[in-house]
Design a protein around this ligand. Structure first.
Ligand code: ADP
Length: 305
């Protein structure tokens, strides 16, 4: 598959207008840098004019795959939306986009408008995923780093996100090209939420994510330990079937905030497979309550702003 056809002309026209009406002369996009090519300046300004309209940008990361990063990203975005916020969810997991499946949006397509590509809307949530652009979900995307960076740039600059309170970015596992592109392109980014499981083996990888954030100067908003204990579907009691607390211990050891633990709950997996947002469809369940508590400090970022 080829990278998507950019709508640069429309996007940069729309952005130019917005940038011209912005009174902030201190904005880095207001002036062309010394030696900066005209095209690069226009692209940077187009990107900045989109990002200016998004109050908070948060990346969800993990050291390993399968720890529940996308589950956290989706439920974080939906929880913020249910709290009355305008939210965007950008899935940059180019090789394994699971957001469309988790939200029941498989087969949805992106349309073009004079203001740019229109994200798929689910209530007040705007969703953009590589999954919407792949004609066949079984198709493997074989792109090198710079191409992936270009697609992520398009997701940010060419998508008509509009005014948002939060943009949640679901990055692929690890510390490769995609998370690096996200934090280089989104300037400033509020920070990262790092998802891990309780086992030592996952915590070892998540330390790398934390080190990555420190290298690139990105704030770590907190660590979430997912799959921590098992919720009995009959009595709701949480049993620590495997060792728990590894994520918390690691967070304390590395001096980063710990946001909380989410148990293994069969309903979480069931909801994802059924394309239902767990916190919305099982809003009264104890696990949904746990998720809302974990999200509270992130929600509060907007109330403080
Ligand atoms: P990642 O994004 O880290 O690869 P996913 O969010 O795709 O991981 O989750 C992997 C699988 O585990 C999915 O099937 C998801 O539904 C399931 N899952 C994630 N968190 C939980 C949980 N707390 N309880 C039960 N199943 C979960």
């Amino acid at each position: 598959m080829e990278p998507m056809e950019p709508n640069n002309k429309d996007a940069s026209n729309a952005s130019k207008n917005q940038c011209n009406s912005c009174a902030d002369s201190s904005c880095s996009a207001a002036k062309r840098h010394d030696g900066e090519a005209e095209q690069d300046f226009l692209e940077r300004r187009a990107l900045q004019s989109r990002l200016c309209r998004i109050k908070h940008k948060i990346m969800v990361m993990s050291g390993k795959g399968g720890v529940g990063k996308s589950t956290v990203a989706v439920n974080l975005a939906i929880s913020l939306m249910l709290a009355g916020k305008k939210v965007g969810l950008m899935d940059v997991d180019i090789h394994g986009p699971s957001v469309p499946t988790m939200l029941g949006l498989e087969g949805a397509t992106i349309t073009n408008s004079p203001d740019g590509l229109l994200p798929v809307e689910l209530g007040h949530l705007k969703v953009m995923s590589m999954g919407f652009l792949l004609p066949n979900p079984d198709e493997a995307v074989i792109w090198r780093g710079p191409v992936k960076g270009g697609v992520i740039k398009q997701f940010l600059a060419d998508v008509a996100w509009g005014d948002l309170d939060f943009l949640i970015v679901d990055a692929p596992p690890g510390t490769g090209d995609e998370p690096l592109s996200v934090c280089q392109l989104i300037e400033p980014i509020d920070g990262a939420v790092v998802v891990t499981t309780p086992q030592k083996i996952a915590a070892v990888d998540v330390r790398k994510s934390i080190t990555f954030c420190r290298h690139v100067g990105m704030t770590i908003l907190g660590v979430i330990e997912n799959m921590s204990g098992f919720v009995c579907p009959h009595c709701n009691e949480v049993t620590p079937i495997l060792r728990t607390g590894g994520g918390q211990a690691m967070a304390e050891d590395m001096g980063v905030p710990f946001l909380g633990s989410i148990p293994i709950d069969p309903l979480v997996a069931e909801a994802a497979d059924a394309g239902q947002a767990f916190v919305m469809h099982y809003a009264t369940s104890p696990t949904a309550e746990i998720m809302r508590k974990i999200v509270a400090p992130i929600l509060a970022m907007d109330d403080k702003a």
